[in-house]
Each structure stands twice: as C-alpha cells, then as structure tokens.
Design a protein around this ligand. Structure first.
Ligand SMILES: [Zn+2]
Length: 341
C-alpha cells in the first residue's frame, strides 16, 4: 500500500466542522428546490463558483447566504447525516460538530426542532457507519454577550448531545473579553469551552480567549505563532489547537500551506488536531487535510498518526471512551503499517 493510501486509511477524529458549512452544493440545490426558498442559485455551477472567497469577511457573507436557503428545521437531519457520511468515508471515528443555532433562530427556525433533526442525523449515521458525534453551540460573537446568555438558557432547557460552546463569526471587531461572564456560566453548566481565535485577528484575540475565557481548545489559532510567549502559555495550560489548514488557505488567513504554523505549534509541545471546518465550501475533507500536510509540509505517516492520537486526548469524550478509541486507533495503525509500532 502506498503512503497516500495509508494516510487515507488512518483512523481520525474531527474536532472542528460546522454543520451548515458541511452542506454539499447538490444538497443545497435540492433543499432549495424542495423548500422553494428565494435564492439566486439556479444550478450546481452557480453554487460552486459562489464558493470562492477573496478574504474572511467575504466567506462570512457567502456563509450567510447559504443560511438563508435553509428555511425548514427538517433539513438539518440530512445535512448532519451527510457530514458524518463524508467523515466516515475518511475513517473518522468521532466528530465534534459545531452548530450556530442563533443564525437560524433569528431567521425564524425553532431551536428545539433543529436540535432534534441534527440528533436524528447523528443517530442515523451511527447506525449506518458506527461514527459518533457530539455538538458544540457556536454562540456567534456578532450577536453579542446578551444573546449568548439567552442561548445558554436554551441549552439548559434542552441540551441533547451538546457538550460545549464556542464563539465563531467575525473575529475582527468582536473581541473575546465581553464574553467572560458567558463562558463562566457555560462552565458552571458543565459545558466545554472553545473559541475561534487567531484566524482573522491577531494574537491579542487568542490571548483574550486564553486568559479571559479560559478555553480548553482554540479554533484555528494561526496568528498565535506571532507571539512566542503566547505559544508557551497555550502549552503550559494544556490547550489544544484545532487547526484547519485548507480553510486557512481558502480564506487567505495564510498565503500558502507551507506558511501554516502547525509544525511550529507541535514543536512548541502543543497538541493539535487537523480539521475540515466547512468541507464542501472549502473543497476539502478530512483525507485531503491529512494528505496536504504530507505533500506540502512533509508530515510522515507517524506524525499524522500522532495528530490522530492527540486529537483523542484533547477531545471532549469521557476518559473511558478515549482509552477505547486509543486502543482501536493503535490496532488499526499496526494493521496498516506492520513495520511501525
Ligand atoms: Zn470554524
């Protein structure tokens, strides 16, 4: 078996993938036809050419247009199922998916119905592929901390399969500090804490997530590499970084994959995961993320396997499940690559 085939078959865990951002162009078109949503998309080609971005704000505006097309809660079942089907085809065993609930509630959809539809998709994928999936709610920083507090009340009322919170959205102009009380309350509710940071804004945004929000993981973290003392702080706190290399390239957070700081993070002793973020919108999937690291940054199979194992460590799974998964991953790895141990 050649190296690329081994990489495709490596067991993986995904920590950073957005449910709506996983809508395939074909699925989006079929949802539009089924629901009669008002949209400018008339064909797959329209959608594909729309999925090209000049920068991060442009990506956010495209993402928002996709949100506008989903006008019924029921479609989340299919979108979630297909997201997990794609992950399962890359030998991903567990997914920690992100859902920006208020993006849709503010458009008139019902939070509880959406959550039920998502969990239906999760159960269906588990039956079919054996893949498991939990959810974290992205409070979307643009809506402000008051709305975020309300969202915590929704989670408290109905939190089926929700294990954490996040702040995504426009990092520039919406720093983390005003979310201090929100993150404290989320922690009291037993939720895990993550923030998108250092993707579209500088290291100060990551500092805020680390020091004020006390996050356990950082989404992206690209600009943290500009500040060695920040990298040391991330390592000493045991914070994991959810890297999304192809996404960073597509939104122009980096100019080429060779510039991606993932190696600098690992060298610093920081545990990283590798993730697809919004796979069809960035024309990627988990296998491609791993393959790009191999091709562009020279990651060996052993180094990629290390990332898979670190992704288990920094996941939000219960300790017992982490141990089981670690055993499963190592067993598959030995079978794939008998000369390695
Ligand atoms: Zn993201």
């Amino acid at each position: 078996m050649d190296t690329e085939e081994i990489i495709r078959r490596l067991p993986k865990l995904e920590q950073h993938v957005h449910i709506v951002g996983s809508t395939k162009p074909e699925t989006l078109l079929s949802i539009i036809e089924d629901s009669g949503a008002e949209t400018k998309f008339k064909s797959i080609e329209d959608i594909r050419s729309f999925f090209q971005y000049s920068d991060f704000p442009h990506f956010i505006s495209v993402y928002s247009t996709v949100n506008d097309c989903i006008i019924d809660e029921k479609y989340y079942e299919r979108i979630t199922y297909e997201m997990l089907e794609s992950d399962a085809s890359c030998n991903v065993k567990h997914v920690e998916a992100i859902f920006s609930a208020n993006d849709h509630v503010r458009r008139g959809l019902d939070y509880e119905k959406m959550l039920d539809a998502i969990n239906k998709g999760v159960r269906k994928a588990k039956r079919k592929f054996g893949i498991t999936c939990t959810i974290r709610i992205d409070l979307v920083r643009n809506y402000g901390p008051k709305v975020a507090m309300t969202e915590l009340d929704w989670i408290k009322r109905k939190g089926d399969n929700i294990v954490g919170i996040d702040i995504g959205g426009s990092e520039n102009g919406f720093p983390p500090e005003p979310y201090e009380a929100v993150y404290k309350k989320a922690k009291d509710l037993g939720l895990h804490l993550v923030a998108h940071a250092g993707e579209a804004a500088g290291p100060e945004s990551v500092w805020g997530a680390v020091k004020t929000l006390n996050v356990e993981r950082i989404g992206h973290g690209v600009t943290a590499m500009k500040d060695p003392s920040l990298l040391r702080e991330i390592r000493s706190r045991g914070i994991g970084i959810e890297t999304c290399p192809v996404s960073n390239l597509r939104t122009a957070a980096i100019n080429s994959l060779k510039e991606h700081p993932i190696r600098a993070f690992i060298k610093q002793g920081i545990r990283v995961s590798v993730n697809s973020d919004d796979p069809p919108m960035f024309n990627t999937e988990m296998n491609n993320e791993y393959l790009q690291l191999h091709k562009e940054l020279g990651f060996s199979v052993d180094e990629l396997m290390r990332i898979s194992l670190d992704s288990i460590d920094t996941s939000f799974l219960p300790i017992k499940r982490k141990e089981e998964l670690r055993g499963e991953f190592l067993k598959e790895y030995r079978e794939l690559s008998p000369r390695r141990t």
